[in-house]
Design a binder for this molecule. Structure first.
Ligand code: AHG
Ligand code: MN
Ligand code: MN
Length: 333
């Protein structure tokens, strides 16, 4: 495989954009290393005896898988020492992680979901890692919780690793979206999916229809019209997918278009939605918008939301522009 490695790509991008710093480039390299280590763990599967669940629950009240905790630890140990970060926050930790005082502090904050789709891990279906990088507010040497609560428009970089039939790393720094595939023998990611673009039109949607009876009217209407197919108002047949791993769904949408929804429903009303704003919805929305797609709660642009809590949840409707705009218009009618 010839072609650009991820490291070369990051350095080239840094050269082109004056505001990118060497500090940031090195941080991103550490994120890539963490994802390679996680890929290795996930890929070894049952051989490591780490496929089970734990007794513990995370702050969201979800039973933790062994790998949720292991991958969280991998992320922390790969990044805390580097001197590039002022703070870290994760799905698996109630409060931001305080970087030990014997390490230097840097200028960025990272929020991450170390293992997304972890219910898939012991059935050998794709899982992933999602991350979002912010600037620490000026003067914040020891960042407080408040410093992490920045709208998604403030993200410096967002990305995910997908541990599927191949391992991929997909990245945006606000200059489009690029995808890289891991060559396991060499241990490097290579640029295989330059300038990813989500087609504006699609015949494919993804939603967990077991929640259908709880959805709000606009989502009911959209899905009903899709299911009516050729005979209905849309005049064409639709296809449906549900992997239960957001990373895998977003990746499919980046490659061939589609709509992904985890909408608000009556069961989720009190908690505001299922997916978490800061380390799931925001980074994925940044990527989707950078690839020409749209991302909304149904009522508001996700990237414009002012976060109020670290583990805040939001409804998510994102993907191909024309379909998402149609769903949003159903919400405003
Ligand atoms: P996580 O494994 O990080 O908790 O996230 C799982 C999320 C998301 O990846 C996926 O789209 C959704 O939850 C699946 O939800 P259901 O189990 O309701 O299908
Ligand atoms: Mn997740
Ligand atoms: Mn997770």
């Amino acid at each position: 495989m010839s072609g650009l490695t991820l490291t070369q790509f990051i350095i080239e991008e840094q050269r082109q954009h004056a505001q990118a710093t060497e500090d940031f480039t090195l941080l991103l390299n550490d994120v890539v290393s963490a994802c390679k280590r996680i890929a290795n763990q996930v890929n070894k599967g049952a051989l490591l005896g780490t496929m089970g669940s734990l007794e513990s629950e995370n702050v969201q009240g979800e039973v933790q898988k062994q790998l949720d905790v292991i991958t969280n630890d991998v992320f922390i140990s790969s990044l805390e020492w580097s001197g590039r970060l002022a703070g870290m926050a994760s799905e698996e930790m109630e409060d931001p992680y305080a970087i030990p005082s014997h390490y230097p502090l840097g200028k960025h904050l990272i929020l991450f979901d170390p293992l997304d789709g972890s219910s898939n891990v012991n059935i050998n279906i794709s899982v992933g890692t999602i991350f979002s990088i912010l600037r620490a507010p000026a003067g914040a040497t020891r960042p407080a919780l408040q410093d992490f609560l920045q709208p998604g428009t403030q993200q410096v970089c967002a990305g995910y690793a997908l541990y599927g039939s191949s391992t991929m790393f997909v990245l945006t720094t606000g200059h489009g979206v690029n995808g890289f595939t891991l060559d396991r023998e060499i241990g490097e990611f290579y640029l295989t999916h330059p300038n990813m673009q989500i087609p504006a039109d699609t015949h494919e949607f993804a939603v967990n229809t077991s929640n259908q009876r709880h959805w709000e009217a606009p989502v009911q209407r959209y899905v009903r019209e899709c299911l009516q197919g050729k005979e209905g108002l849309r005049g064409r047949d639709f296809n449906m997918r549900w992997v239960a791993s957001m990373v895998a769904e977003i990746h499919r949408i980046l490659v061939r278009g589609g709509v992904f929804m985890y909408p608000l429903d009556s069961k989720l009303k009190d908690q505001g939605g299922k997916l978490r704003l800061l380390y799931e919805a925001n980074p994925m929305s940044f990527i989707v918008e950078q690839a020409g797609g749209v991302s909304s709660t149904g009522y508001h642009r996700i990237l414009g939301l002012q976060p109020e809590a670290l583990h805040q949840r939001v409804p998510v409707i994102l993907g191909s522009k024309n379909e998402v705009e149609r769903i949003v218009s159903y919400h405003s009618e």
